[in-house]
Design a protein around this ligand. Sequence first.
Ligand SMILES: [Zn+2]
Length: 153
Amino acid sequence: MSPAASDPRIGVGCGPVKLHNAAMFAETDRGPVLAGQRCRDCGKVAFPRKRVCPNCFGETLDEQLLSTTGVLHTFTCTHVGAPHLPKPYLLGFVDVPEGVRLLSLLTDCDPWEDMLRVGMPMELVMRPLMQDATGEDLYTYKFRPVVQERTDS
Ligand SMILES: [Zn+2]
């Protein structure tokens, strides 16, 4: 396991990792953070970044970093899906306080039938998604349940 994947602070402060889709992130001193945009006209926060506001078509958009914690809206276990993902894998929607519902892979929740509950608190972690042509891990965000007294990473 790479140092980044074992860092319990990951998602905030995970250190340099190669991102699968850098356009979804902003680099901060805490590490890569999901970055959307807030419309100056209507206040809507959109993710990922857009050319215009999807609510009012306003064109004046400011960067809005998204929280690394949220609430699980719903989830599913997928047995047939993206070829590069080991199956089965878990997908969910996580609502962050900025008003964005994020589609996300879910991790660190095995057995998922016992651990996942709609409405539970979730936190963002950075984890490998796939490898590039050179075999280097490409990272993306995933969410995991917030568990008190977590002993692993
Ligand atoms: Zn707007």
